[in-house]
Design a protein around this ligand. Structure first.
Ligand code: ADP
Ligand code: MG
Length: 259
């Protein structure tokens, strides 16, 4: 694999016969709050799933259960055929298959951009430093911040920082990338530069779960829209179907407020 290739099967269409992430009847509570209710969701290799829904509907919690930042109470989650284990080395290994990009960029403030993108590779993957740096530079180029490698995060714009965060996640060669409102904290003029990187990633065949309010992105990049409300998946459809002909009242109500 070349240093800039980030997916095993670049460019391939989503293949429903190849489930990569499978959530089966997942339930989770926060105390009395039933935050995820009977969630069944299968994401195919190469598929881009956009998750939308009102604030508090459980979108972030859903993402966090997929990389096991949150435990679940019942049901099961598997990634590439392997059940997500509770703990230990197996968990660390499986978690490395899942890249995550948050609303707040979460870069290490006291490390340079280059160090941010090499650290996980050398510490977790035990990649030799020179190889990790070569890969990091290629990824930073790819997301358009190759000339910022020696700066510290605070010296970059929000859009640049978020692109570094994407490069950092990609450096671990994840099988699936989770994006939780990656542009919500950005000034408007920086949103597109991040969405364009995500669009390119989608075109290259990365399997992606994207929580976003950017409906233009959902329309153009998603294979499927999943609409959540009150901890449930209320509706799933292609973007065309969903935006032109939402079936549920909840989705109609939500769309009437944001479009
Ligand atoms: P969304 O991302 O769709 O806005 P979240 O998954 O963040 O929704 O939250 C869903 C619900 O769970 C909200 O009511 C939120 O207040 C609650 N919640 C989220 N995280 C926690 C937590 N760690 N402890 C208790 N309640 C939480
Ligand atoms: Mg959220």
């Amino acid at each position: 694999m070349s240093a800039v290739s980030v997916t095993e099967d670049a460019g391939g269409p989503a293949d429903p016969a190849e489930p990569l992430v499978v959530l089966d009847n997942v339930n989770k509570h926060f105390g009395a709050l039933h935050v995820l209710q009977d969630i069944d969701l299968t994401i195919a290799r190469g598929e881009v799933v956009v998750v939308i829904g009102p604030s508090g509907s459980g979108k972030s919690t859903l993402c966090r259960t997929i990389n096991r930042l949150e435990t679940i109470d019942s049901g099961s989650i598997s990634i590439d055929g392997k059940p997500l284990p509770a703990e230990g080395r197996e968990l660390a290994r499986l978690r490395a298959d899942v890249g995550m990009v948050f609303q707040s960029f979460n870069l290490f403030a006291h490390k340079t951009v280059l160090q941010n993108v090499t650290l996980g590779q050398t510490k977790v993957r035990r990649t030799p430093k020179a190889e990790a740096e070569e890969r990091a530079r290629a990824l930073l180029d790819r997301v358009g911040v190759g000339n910022q490698a020696d700066k510290y995060p605070a010296q970059l714009s929000g859009g640049q920082q978020q692109r570094v965060a994407i490069a950092r996640a990609l450096a671990m060669e994840p099988k699936v990338m989770l994006f939780d409102e990656p542009t919500s904290a950005l000034d408007p003029e920086m949103i597109n530069e991040v969405l364009e990187v995500m669009q390119q990633l989608a075109r290259d065949g990365m399997t992606m779960v994207v929580v976003t309010h950017e409906m233009g992105f959902a329309r153009s990049a998603a294979n499927r829209v999943v609409f959540m409300a009150d901890g449930r998946i209320v509706e799933e459809a292609t973007p065309d179907q969903f935006f032109s002909n939402p079936r549920s009242d909840r989705a109609k109500d939500f769309l009437s407020k944001i479009l």
